[in-house]
Design a protein around this ligand. Structure first.
Ligand SMILES: [Zn+2]
Length: 567
């Protein structure tokens, strides 16, 4: 699980900052009990054996670009060979090289604002700031511009600046970096920082303009950056994605821009600014006779390239008309590594948190994060590959690298993988499924589902039916699917790389706990019985999806089961 929306953030310093089921009468096909499966071939003893090795100190915490991660990849490959999965990496093997690039940007981008008969051009760095990773060259003109107050959709805080308005084809403009005073800015930092991304990704706006401030909204694509004192490794951002892909404009603006844009607005900028800095209520309104032209034009220079590997295998489907389509299963097999230097009292020198009293433990084993998902995925692959009959669609298994660094492996696969995204009917991601949230014993039957209803109601329903069919069904909790979830889990693991390309996803997790990203996330603390049950749930869900005669319908109704419900 990714520690932060900002890929390069140091976790040890973040402490403290950091049912409705739509039944469409007669047309709903839940996928009957699949002939292949009750998942009984998934064995706790396998999960324990594999995880005991993968989360041992010998694997050094499985940091991306480390020997330990290479050992983990080799171990997974050996099992896939034994179970005779079809290799689906590069050159007929199971490994896919993932290219991670550090990039320097030269921007010539600008936004041209027309208000009535007056026009002004704001260049990148002159009143507006574009993200460093702004995508390929293009020009977009928009004449539907909505001033959306604080730009905040936070049902849990009973605040919604978008109620009732469709944002398709709309440029959204908002103010108030600190948010309204009715919302706790410290607790809700991830929600406030994610406003631009939410408007683009979930509400389908086509461009977003937010304020420049100390707490400016983070860049949608998580630009990191830095420069070494010798100048040799200066870069603006790290990316495992195509640099020429289309990225919706998400910019930050200063006073002069807002002043001009809102020059004929029903409430003028000085008054809006005064209210925003006091956290007072802001109006929302459409701007009339206004247009925005975004000119995106940047050169990218590759400063450094590094390689890591995804591990990729396929179990071919049996139906000649369906087996070119896939149900994808994913987990990340990397973690944060080990301490290779002195750890000081403030946690500097450690790759994650240091548990009090455990300062001598130098290895971040990541048994739960995401050793649990790694072995769950192995068990599902083994069950499909070795316990016939097989389902009709093909099954794709990807063990992603670089998740902890910014979803690198999944972003790379989604751009350039052996299976194009339009052939994947659903992606099921497993990240941290071996514990109880906050070590709460009352959560022994609970698994959190994130994203299941956002792109496909049918996917959500298939998963619920799969759970109901288990000998011991789990309690499905959708709290983390709420768009105002304080942890913003929907964006924090590999499923998001698939969802961002339009693939319906379900993220399975048992949630955060005191050992999250700490040096005490160890095998001894794994709830193996619960891990086995969740593995069977993912297996059963995938089996039903793989036997459906049509891909789960993509009705794009957005998060519903998350809005405060708990079924
Ligand atoms: Zn993690």
């Amino acid at each position: 699980m990714l520690a932060s929306g900002r890929p390069s953030a140091i976790v040890s310093q973040m402490k403290g900052r950091c049912a409705l089921v739509w039944l469409i009468a007669g047309s709903l096909i839940l996928g009957g009990p699949s002939p292949s499966a009750d998942g009984s071939s998934i064995q706790t003893s396998d999960l324990r054996e594999w995880l005991t090795y993968l989360a041992s100190d010998e694997l050094q915490g499985r940091a991306t670009f480390s020997e330990g991660l290479g050992l983990a990849a080799a171990y997974i490959q050996e099992r896939l060979t034994e179970w005779r999965l079809t290799p689906a990496g590069d050159r007929g093997g199971y490994l896919q090289s993932v290219k991670v690039q550090e990039v320097r940007t030269t921007s010539r981008s600008s936004v041209t604002v027309r208000v009535g008969r007056e026009t002004r051009v704001f260049r990148d760095g002159g009143g507006v700031t574009f993200p460093r990773d702004m995508g390929g060259v293009r020009t977009i003109t928009l004449d539907r511009v909505q001033f959306a107050g604080y730009g905040l959709d936070a049902p849990a805080a009973r605040h919604n600046d978008f109620a009732g308005s469709s944002l398709e084809g709309v440029a959204v403009v908002y103010l108030g970096a600190g948010g309204p005073k009715s919302v706790d800015a410290t607790r809700s930092r991830r929600v406030l920082d994610g406003r631009s991304r939410h408007a683009l990704d979930q509400l389908r706006a086509v461009a977003v303009i937010g304020p420049t401030a100390d707490h400016a909204p983070e860049r949608t694509r998580g630009a990191s950056g830095g420069s070494a004192s010798d100048g040799s490794r200066s870069f603006d951002f790290t990316s495992a994605e195509r640099l020429d892909r289309p990225v919706p404009p998400s910019i930050n603006a200063a006073d002069a821009f807002y002043e001009f844009l809102l020059g004929t607005a029903p409430v003028r900028y000085p008054e809006l600014k005064r209210r925003a800095s006091a956290g007072d209520p802001l109006p929302t309104f459409a701007l009339t006779d206004v247009s925005l032209t975004f000119t995106i034009d940047a050169d990218y220079t590759i400063v450094r390239t590094r390689y890591t590997h995804n591990v990729v295998g396929v179990v071919p489907g049996t139906d000649p008309s369906l087996r070119h389509t896939y149900v994808a299963f994913g987990a990340h097999y990397d973690h944060v590594g080990y301490a290779d230097r002195e750890i000081t009292n403030d946690g500097t020198g450690a790759p994650g948190r240091v548990t009090r009293g455990a300062a001598d433990d130098r290895v971040w084993n990541g048994a739960d994060d995401d050793g649990s998902g790694t072995v769950a995925l192995m068990a599902i692959a083994k069950a499909f590959a070795t316990s016939p009959p097989r389902p009709r669609r093909s099954l794709l298994f990807v063990w992603h690298a670089g998740e902890e660094r910014g979803l690198w492996g999944s972003r790379y696969f989604a751009d350039t993988g052996s299976v194009p995204m339009d052939r994947i009917v659903s992606q099921l991601n497993i990240d941290m499924v071996g514990r109880n949230r906050n070590d709460d014993l009352k959560q022994a039957d609970t698994v959190y589902l994130v994203g299941s209803d956002r792109l496909s109601t049918e996917l959500h329903d298939v998963n619920r039916a799969a759970n109901a069919s288990l000998t011991r069904p789990l309690r499905l909790d959708y709290k983390m699917n709420d768009p105002s979830d304080l942890e913003q889990m929907y964006y924090r693991s590999d499923h998001y790389s698939y969802a961002a390309k339009g693939v319906p996803v379900i993220f399975f997790t048992t949630g955060l706990h005191p050992d999250y990203h700490a040096n005490t996330d160890e095998v001894a603390k794994i709830e193996f019985d619960k891990l086995t049950r969740i593995t069977r749930l993912v297996y059963e869900t995938g089996a039903r999806l793989a036997d459906l005669d049509h891909p789960p319908v993509r009705d794009r109704r957005g998060p519903r089961a998350g809005r405060g419900t708990r079924e």
